[in-house]
Ligand binder design. Structure first.
Ligand code: GDP
Ligand code: IMO
Ligand code: MG
Length: 429
């Protein structure tokens, strides 16, 4: 029996979807524990691409999937995803997907507030995905949220919505100069969602803990990445949930003793979507070339991802924050053909060397990354399936990452397809 948490170690989009899909073969259950449809997780199976925003990435392997209490769920998006999966030949009955009755529901006013706030912030905007994630988590924390258990209780839902709308409408019209909402259309729309999703809603913590007791393997699927974590990321340019591995317990309703190991996904270079600091960003033709070759466009919003060199300062910090047992290096093939590569091994600020990732945005803005250069390789790596067959300089690059992170590399990904993978150690073994 083995329960494994998979998380992103950078700013998201490290390739978590591909690796969760790959490793789901060895687990009976896959659990999302935070975030919402700000996530976009890509799986490529038999040359077909699937992008999932809410349904865990174990679904194509036919595993039982869970949406934990730590998520904020837009029911319209979830239903659309279920319909799409069915059209593509993957019908999802209630025994294959379970939604926590405690997960919070994204409402239309959350999305509208998210948009209107970004407009009001102007050049100081966060660059959110506009899906209403922040405003929904905000309502959870201030105890004005609507959970699935509330949504399927018509009387309670109606009362709660009318109280909430009083305040939301005031804020929307008076502060954000946006439009207000009438309760009835929301009630009508969300009652339909409640009817459709009711068979999937359950006590997820109880079910998962039963699975653990009976010896089944669980894969916990993180969304976003360590530097988008509300506590540990580049605040305020972060998302509104804890993205680090520790939150797998809280967001799924299991105790820390249930977790056996943590796998950290590392993209072979760095990307970021949205605003915020990015010390190793490349605003030149090398950055453009990586963006193009890596097809670095957001899987949720389609925005171009900013690209830069690998940052080992960030990675060391991420290994510590998540207690990473082993890493998966993804998109190595995107670096094929680069004459030379750089890895940031430290920062210099005010003439002083910093070995830790700074917390102050001001210090971060003034940081000069200190680079180590390594020779590149000309050969294509995408057809390679054994570490020893990789070009010598690619092996050297990977071994240097292992040294700098003080963490073993379990898997190397050399293409988007499930099979385009080099497995050195299966974390379930
Ligand atoms: P996630 O949010 O962490 O699941 O990552 P995304 O799906 O948003 O972005 C990763 C992108 O890279 C997707 O388009 C994947 O299909 C693709 N991808 C994953 N691994 C590899 C790889 O090793 N090589 C290449 N070229 N593409 C990859
Ligand atoms: P996956 O799971 C990359 C970013 C947004 C923005 C910030 C806040 O696919 O790795 P939000 O809408 O969450 O309030 O936006 O977080 N962001 C992501 N960036 N990958 C993601 O998810 C992201 N989810 C949110 O771009 O900068
Ligand atoms: Mg993504």
């Amino acid at each position: 029996m083995s329960n494994i948490v998979i998380i992103g170690t950078q700013w998201g989009d490290e390739g978590k979807g591909k690796i969760v899909d790959l490793l789901a073969e060895y687990a009976e259950n896959v659990v999302r524990f935070q975030g919402g449809n700000n996530a976009g997780h890509t799986m490529v199976v038999n040359n077909r691409q699937f992008i999932s925003h809410l349904v865990p990435s174990g679904i194509l392997q036919g595993k039982t999937c869970f949406i934990g209490n730590g998520l904020v769920v837009d029911p319209a998006v979830l239903i659309e995803e279920l319909d799409d999966l069915e059209k593509q030949g993957f019908p999802i009955p209630p025994d294959k997907l379970k939604i926590s009755e405690q997960a919070h529901v994204i409402m239309p006013y959350h999305r509208r507030i998210d948009h209107a706030r970004e407009i009001k912030k102007g050049k100081n905007k966060i660059g959110t995905t506009g899906r209403g994630i922040g405003p929904c988590y905000e309502d959870k924390a201030t105890r004005r949220g609507i959970r699935f258990v509330d949504l399927i209780d018509p009387e309670f839902f109606k009362d709660r919505l009318s109280t909430i709308l009083e305040e939301k409408n005031f804020y929307l019209t008076q502060y954000l100069q946006s439009e207000s909402f009438e309760p009835q259309p929301i009630l009508d729309e969300y009652t339909q969602y409640a009817d459709r999703l009711a068979p999937y809603i359950t006590n997820v913590s109880a079910v998962i803990n039963r699975c653990i007791k009976s010896g089944q393997n669980i894969l916990f699927e993180g969304a976003q990445g360590t530097y988008l974590d509300i506590d540990h990321g580049t605040y305020p340019y972060v998302t509104s949930s804890n993205t680090v591995a520790g939150n797998a317990c809280c967001g799924a309703g299991v105790g820390p003793t249930a977790i056996d190991s943590v796998v950290g996904i590392v993209k072979a270079y760095t990307t970021r979507v949205g605003e915020g600091p990015f010390p190793t960003e490349l605003s030149d033709e090398t950055g453009d070339a990586i963006q193009k070759k890596g097809a670095e466009f957001g899987a949720t919003t389609g925005r171009k991802r900013r690209c830069g060199w690998l940052d080992a300062v960030m990675l060391r910090n991420a290994m510590r924050l998540n207690g990473v047992s082993g890493t998966v290096i993804t998109k190595l093939d995107v670096l094929d053909g680069q004459e030379s590569l750089k890895i940031c091994t430290g920062y210099e600020a005010d003439g002083q060397r910093l070995d830790e990732f700074p917390v102050s945005l001001k210090v971060l803005a003034d940081c000069l990354p200190q680079y180590e250069a390594l020779p590149g390789w000309a050969e294509s790596t995408s057809g390679i399936r054994r570490f020893e067959d990789l070009p010598f300089n690619a092996q050297r690059y990977l071994e240097r990452i292992e040294e700098l992170t003080e963490t073993p590399i379990y898997i190397v990904s050399v293409g988007p397809g499930r099979e385009e993978t080099i497995i050195r150690k299966n974390p379930f073994d």
